[in-house]
Design a protein around this ligand. Structure first.
Ligand code: ATP
Ligand code: MG
Length: 561
């Protein structure tokens, strides 16, 4: 742990320090990727608690995914020590759940209510048809709420009960929201209820990284912040500490055609003249693309390219590259199969984080159902999860008619393993445990220390960083994504460009972009073109790497021999 108080702000630059030490009141921090927004947020909380005697229990930090929330928690622990535990760190869903659990009766729910899983939702939908009021009734009859209701119900409750609003405002006097660009209307309303117009609400984000409008997020809430919250202070951060200079330059050019930030600035703090350019590889086919990734990973970890990478290091990061330093990002989950196969075949360990939700895993759903039904069971959840796993696995061995087999033992045991840390954290609180499963936006099996190459979708990569990043499938049709029969609108295209921008800016030292000339999608192989997004970037920022085109004659020679 860092010594509390002393030098807390020394690790920030001048503008970050202004933001971290700003007095109370509404505060908006708008800044590009890698400028230290998340770092500034954690330091601000630590500074307020350590220096200004703000009580940690008066602080509420909200983000969008559980993984991001855990990351915040770890960073706060490091800065504040044990008192960091008193800071409430939540996702919008887990915050809503906490409020509803405290006020179940007032919200028209029974104690111990659960969150409907996909099967339960589908059943209720089927029975209720189009009747939205009937759907809710069916869920309530089973003491369930819908996932979306975790935010809408607290909003409705607080709207009706001004005294309750006052109670929550007294509890969480300091509110911090990371990745603010992705708030939707209901989440914004919850923020307005929890924070008075002149409250200590600190919102942090980058409009150019807004990638969730398909889920109702709206960057307009950035613009409304200054209207709805009185005398909001605005701080912009402009220095990118994450990425080598050519990566920052490429990213800035890539977003320029549709930037939402007036006078956007992003200056590289890392100015190593030796920093490698952005590697660009034009593959023939998708398996050629996967093989390029495989080859390059082998080279990087094997040491061939270490020299060029060492020079770009800052903050004394280790100078060798390991598998865990490497991420492969893609637009659609379907792209991952070829990559996983190529890497695994070469003995390269991979870990994949898709945008799948925990509750969508068959094993997890089966265990959650078993726990809900085996109401007689009590005691520590870790043991009960293991027991439920055993029951399900036994049932697989000896199926009976009244207890059909829903899943394979393999699914069950991998789910038990996945759920164990969560079960341990939840003690013996079953509703909390089930609630966490239902609200976990993503599978959080990703272990940052695992010695493996990380594979993830661009959406799941938000907020993360890796020394080496491959952005694969940079083709028109994939990025921007085009689906059959649904031509993208201008807004869709702008959002796809932002997604491309998010992808480029995850890289610290080395970035590779690849595209294949032919790709099979929806069962048909088609010729493709590189994404027009690449055209916005100066050719001089790329290093063309052993393209298929230049390799082919050699291959032919080999075959002739
Ligand atoms: P994103 O928009 O992608 O979420 P961000 O603005 O939240 O990015 P951070 O993740 O907080 O950026 O910081 C990016 C990287 O830069 C981190 O590795 C962080 O430790 C480092 N960094 C930030 N500020 C500084 C600084 N003042 N000195 C040294 N390193 C810094
Ligand atoms: Mg961040």
């Amino acid at each position: 742990m860092e010594e509390v108080g002393t030098g807390l702000l020394d690790r920030l630059d001048a503008l970050q320090r202004v933001a971290a030490s700003a007095p109370g009141g509404p505060l908006l921090i708008v800044a590009g990727p890698g400028t230290g927004k998340t770092r500034t947020l954690t330091h601000r909380i630590a500074y307020l608690c350590a220096e200004l005697n703000v009580y940690p229990e008066h602080c509420l930090a909200i983000t969008f995914t559980r993984r991001a929330a855990e990351e915040l928690r770890v960073r706060l622990d490091g800065l504040l020590g044990p008192v960091a535990e008193d800071v409430t760190v939540a996702t919008f869903h887990s915050l809503g759940l906490a409020i509803l659990r405290e006020r179940a009766a007032a919200a028209g729910l029974q104690d111990g209510f659960g969150i409907a899983d996909d099967t339960q939702r589908a059943e209720a939908r089927a029975e209720a048809g189009d009747d939205e009021a009937a759907y809710t009734k069916l869920l309530r009859a089973n003491n369930l709420v819908d996932l979306d209701e975790l935010v809408t119900l607290p909003v409705a409750l607080l709207r009706d009960e001004p005294e309750l609003v006052e109670q929550y405002r007294a509890r969480w006097r300091w509110i911090f929201v990371d990745e603010y660009q992705d708030v939707d209307a209901t989440q914004y309303e919850l923020l307005r209820l929890l924070s008075p117009p002149d409250g200590n609400l600190c919102a942090i984000g980058d409009p150019d990284q807004a990638i969730y409008s398909f889920r109702g997020a709206d960057v307009a809430y950035f613009l409304r912040f200054a209207q709805d919250f009185t005398d909001a202070r605005l701080v912009r951060l402009t220095r990118n500490y994450r990425s080598a200079a050519p990566i920052v330059a490429a990213a800035v050019q890539a977003i320029a055609p549709s930037t939402l930030v007036q006078g956007r600035r992003l200056d590289p703090a890392r100015l190593d003249p030796e920093a490698p350019l952005v590697g660009r590889y034009a593959a023939d086919t998708t398996s050629d693309e996967a093989d390029f990734v495989r080859r390059t990973v082998d080279e990087l970890v094997g040491g061939v390219s270490h020299r060029s990478l060492d020079s770009g290091k800052i903050d004394g990061r280790s100078s060798t590259i390991s598998f865990s330093d490497i991420a492969v990002l893609y637009r659609t989950d379907a792209q991952s199969a070829t990559i996983v196969e190529a890497l695994s075949r070469a003995g390269i360990p991979v870990q994949k984080r898709s945008h799948n939700r925990l509750r969508d895993r068959p094993g997890v759903a089966a265990i959650a159902r078993e726990l809900r039904h085996a109401s007689g069971l009590g005691g520590a959840l870790a043991a009960r999860v293991r027991l439920a796993g055993q029951v399900l696995a036994d049932r697989f061995a000896a199926p009976t008619l009244d207890a059909p087999v829903a899943t394979s033992p393999e699914d069950v045991w991998s789910a038990v393993e996945l759920l164990m840390p969560l079960a341990q954290r939840c003690g013996d609180d079953l509703p909390l445990f089930l609630g966490q499963i239902a609200t976990g936006a993503e599978v959080d099996a990703l272990d940052p220390r695992a010695e493996a190459v990380t594979l993830l979708t661009l959406h799941a990569a938000k907020g993360l960083e890796f020394p080496v990043v491959f952005l694969v499938g940079c083709e028109d049709g994939l990025l921007p994504l085009r689906l059959p029969g649904r031509p993208p609108t201008d807004d869709d295209l702008a959002e796809e460009r932002r997604l491309f921008f998010v992808g480029l800016t995850r890289a610290q030292d080395r970035l590779y972009v690849t595209h294949a000339a032919r790709r099979t999608r929806f069962g048909t192989e088609r010729e493709t073109r590189p994404t027009p997004f690449l055209d916005a970037i100066d050719a001089g920022l790329f290093e063309r790497l052993g393209d298929a085109a230049t390799r082919r004659p050699k291959d032919r020679q080999l075959r002739l021999l």
